[in-house]
Design a protein around this ligand. Sequence first.
Ligand code: ATP
Ligand code: MG
Ligand code: MG
Ligand code: MG
Length: 477
Amino acid sequence: MKHTKIVDLLTGKNLLHEVKAKGWVRTFRNNQFIALNDGSTINNIQCVVDLDKFPAELLKKIHTGAALSVTGTLVESQGAGQTVEIQVNKLKVYGEANPEEYPIQPKKHSLEFLRENAHLRVRTNIFGAIMRVRSTLSYAVHKYFQENGFFYFNAPIITGSDAEGAGEMFRVTNLDLNNLPRTEEGNINFKEDFFGKTTNLTVSGQLEAETYAMALGSVYTFGPTFRAENSNTSRHLAEFWMIEPEVAFNDLDDNMDLAEDFIKYVIKYTLEKCQDDLVFLDKRLQDEEKNKPQAERSGMSLLEKLNFVVENNFKRVSYTEAVDILRNCKPNKNKKFKYIIDGWGADLQSEHERYLVEKHFKCPVILFDYPAEIKAFYMRMNEDGKTVRAMDILFPGIGEIVGGSEREERYDVLVEKMKAMGIEEEELWWYLDTRKFGTAPHSGFGLGFERLVLFATGMTNIRDVIPFPRTPQSAEF
Ligand code: ATP
Ligand code: MG
Ligand code: MG
Ligand code: MG
């Protein structure tokens, strides 16, 4: 007999029939009640064991974490909080989990402890919920783009272009470390590290995506990107996933519309598909909030925050307006944050961004038209000659979630800009071809997938929303 996923058993469709479930023991109470979970849902199914039916030797093997196959009759449950349970007739133990050694026990583990056990933490309720939400969100990403006429394009992981990531790249090498090539002066010749060329792990698939948008019209990449971030913040990883759509003939306004529509869609989809997981994460957060001082409480539950984003327009504010707001705001009494900004032209610090989103507008904010000096070379210059058609989307509790722009499509202006920023034309000859042949306005953005998962789950540390976080401290396995 084939086993049924617990998520399907819990619908109660096969009541009074014989069913089989396979999964891992969450708890075994009073030598009689097994809470079994198979990962298909956050909910366990209760399996009731009649002590007299099974040898004590077998029951001794049942501990938290053990893998079982359970066959029995599906009946209505008398217990509170569950609709159905299995009256067990047959029991098989696939693998035990010695409670003396197995780290994941039925108690509240700290997130730090679980991070040290990244290979086992998905066996807890909280990480099961996060990873199911993450999976649903990634499906929604593809669904949105595929249903809106975009083509999925795979940007290369190993790339020679380093125009964007000055200082943040991981070099790729096939050099024999015992026999390194040397320059005439005797120094190691790192220029030859990849079959005679210099190569890096990609920091963004954008430049390549632009070349594809200029033929397929609307494309998106969704893949891993790498940045040698040594910042150790709760928002940065060395390896993260980025969603990057790029659309020909779209301007900055179209780009803002696309980003807002996209984010609302994926959050709405996840609200519909991950109800049980989100309710669990919501409750966990509310319990945590209760322990905080009143002033630090957010006031909105996770579900309210997600619904708020789906139902309300993002506030669109130019960089210049934002600087005015920051200049005129009252300095914070407890001096924890410095909201006051140096002046027009300075980059916004995360405390500025958080002030705008959390204190001033109290909703997601799209900032646009940034000073050209603080943005990348490829952004479209505005007629004022000072600002570029850039946008950042800022989210409550997170800060920057999206960075995007309309691209500079004019060949001469782009070359001039590259010169001013010290970028060699030869290095990006292939990119310049998009402007030389059939150039057209186009725009796109990059959204850090883990920051989206952070928002959707209410988690606060980016290490907790990716299976195996890569940071300066953790890249062990
Ligand atoms: P930040 O200001 O947070 O360092 P950024 O401006 O350097 O981000 P972009 O180059 O604009 O980042 O990349 C686009 C998006 O990728 C960002 O808006 C963010 O969501 C995400 N992102 C950037 N760096 C990281 C990182 N190290 N880890 C996780 N996500 C990141
Ligand atoms: Mg950065
Ligand atoms: Mg930034
Ligand atoms: Mg950015």
